[in-house]
Design a protein around this ligand. Structure first.
Ligand SMILES: Cc1cc2nc3c(=O)[nH]c(=O)nc-3n(C[C@H](O)[C@H](O)[C@H](O)COP(=O)(O)OP(=O)(O)OC[C@H]3O[C@@H](n4cnc5c(N)ncnc54)[C@H](O)[C@@H]3O)c2cc1C
Length: 402
């Protein structure tokens, strides 16, 4: 590829990478984008999943009009997904992301970046195709990749790590949950991913029990028609706090670190979508108010040790434990970043500390999406955060390297 300048590299082709690259193009910045389009949604989320976010909160931000989910529906000739009550199947969302990529970024390269190292004021980037080249700047938009979290207590039953075919797995390791038909599965967690996986497992013939440490069993959000009317609208529902966090994410990084990390974990935390309730209640068993204190494998089956209120102790055996225990950002898991860069990178509890314009402490290295959440708030965990992040990030890169 012959580019007049050293390119800016975007690593990642999920909603954040695609949106960032489209904005960089609009600024006239030479950009190369790497990754498999929408692969996390296609391979690491269950088939048949429905998005928790509404259509209005599920647009991949583009610099020019004509690239929303509704535009995609019109182009594809399918029913318009537009109102708060319209629910988006993951398969439709994957098609939307691929359509966005093909229209705005047809030159996307479906290869992996294997290393990024500092070379004087630039970066040296190596690809798994064998190519090696110099880049003026690097934007990390690798999303959830490498950040799946398994609580230590569960590791005892999976000393070599979670695995789809072993006794314990993480939700990110499955696309087809039908493999568990006829088997007993304990799902650990109480967030949307836990509750929706439990429902999909039940619907494909598994016997499911959700295990949660929360005392009040599990909770579901209110449907749109029950949202309070006199509060401002946000992509996540009507509430002042959600409005501020989603529309004014800029000052978030000035909050004390403990507050920032707490809000990223808790805002829009463990709560199922309103439309999941009737598919869940009376169908999926729940063991609530129990902490997992240990796990072992007995006769090939995982057994969980549980501690409840007071001194109560119990055990739970299943054919498989599915950990829906989320993701934790740790730049140490980004194995393509060279040692020197990782050492130079200022972090806070494993996440990069970002300045204005999504700049990290390493000149020319930027982060967006989930790794930016501890600096810009919980909105960065969701697709709608592209509307805040991408224009600002592209503007900063154009100013620094244009
Ligand atoms: C079960 C589940 C349900 C969710 N539901 C919703 C929802 O309803 N609404 C919502 O807004 N959010 C939802 N999310 C959050 C959502 O996943 C993120 O908002 C979104 O995927 C982040 O996009 P991204 O572009 O940052 O990363 P991803 O979509 O994870 O994309 C990562 C990209 O990085 C690429 N990549 C990784 N490493 C490399 C490398 N070394 N070289 C090249 N490319 C690389 C991959 O190929 C991929 O293209 C959900 C998450 C989960 C787990």
């Amino acid at each position: 590829m012959n580019l007049p300048h050293k390119p800016v590299v975007v690593i990642g082709a999920g909603p954040y990478g695609l949106s960032t690259a489209a904005h960089l193009r609009a600024h006239g910045v030479p950009v190369r984008i790497f990754g498999r389009p929408m692969v996390s949604w296609h391979e690491q989320m269950p088939a048949g999943m429905l998005l928790k976010s509404t259509p209005a909160a599920s647009a991949i931000d583009a610099p020019q009009p004509g690239h929303t989910l509704v535009d995609f529906c019109d182009a594809a000739g399918i029913r318009r997904l537009v109102g708060d009550e319209d629910i988006i199947p993951v398969e439709t969302f994957v098609r939307y992301g691929v359509w966005f990529q093909q229209r705005l970024l047809p030159e996307l390269e479906e290869v992996r970046v294997v290393s990024v190292d500092r070379r004087f004021s630039d970066f040296e980037v190596k690809l798994d195709s064998g190519e090696q080249f110099r880049a003026a700047a690097v934007i990390v938009a690798t999303g959830l990749s490498g950040f799946a979290r398994l609580p230590e207590e569960l590791l005892a039953a999976a000393p070599e790590g979670p695995s789809a075919t072993g006794p314990v797995s993480h939700t990110s390791q499955h696309h087809h949950l039908g493999r568990f038909a006829g088997r007993e599965v304990a799902v650990v967690g109480a967030g949307q991913s836990a509750l929706e996986s439990a429902v999909l497992l039940h619907e494909s013939g598994a016997k499911v029990r959700v295990v949660t440490r929360g005392r009040d069993a599990v909770g579901f959000g209110d449907p749109p028609w029950k949202q309070p009317r006199l509060r401002p609208e946000s992509p996540f529902g009507r509430a002042w706090s959600l409005y501020v966090l989603s529309r004014h994410a800029g000052p978030y990084r000035f909050l004390p670190p403990a507050t920032r990390h707490y809000l990223v974990r808790r805002v829009l935390g463990p709560l199922g979508a309103w439309w999941l309730r009737e598919r869940f209640e009376g169908r999926v068993q729940v063991t609530a108010g129990r902490c997992i204190t240990g796990a072992r494998v007995e006769d090939g089956r995982p057994v969980l040790s549980l501690a409840g209120p007071g001194e109560s102790r119990s055990e739970l055996a299943a054919d498989h434990v599915l950990a829906a225990t989320g993701y934790r950002v740790d730049v140490a898991a980004l194995d393509f970043l060279g040692d020197e860069l990782r050492t130079e990178l200022a972090t806070s509890r494993g996440a990069p500390r970002l300045r204005a314009g999504y700049r990290s402490s390493v000149r020319g290295l930027y982060f967006t999406g989930l790794p930016a959440a501890s600096s810009y708030g919980p909105v960065m965990r969701f697709v709608c955060g592209t509307a805040f992040a991408s224009p600002r990030l592209a503007k900063a890169v154009a100013a620094d390297h244009g």
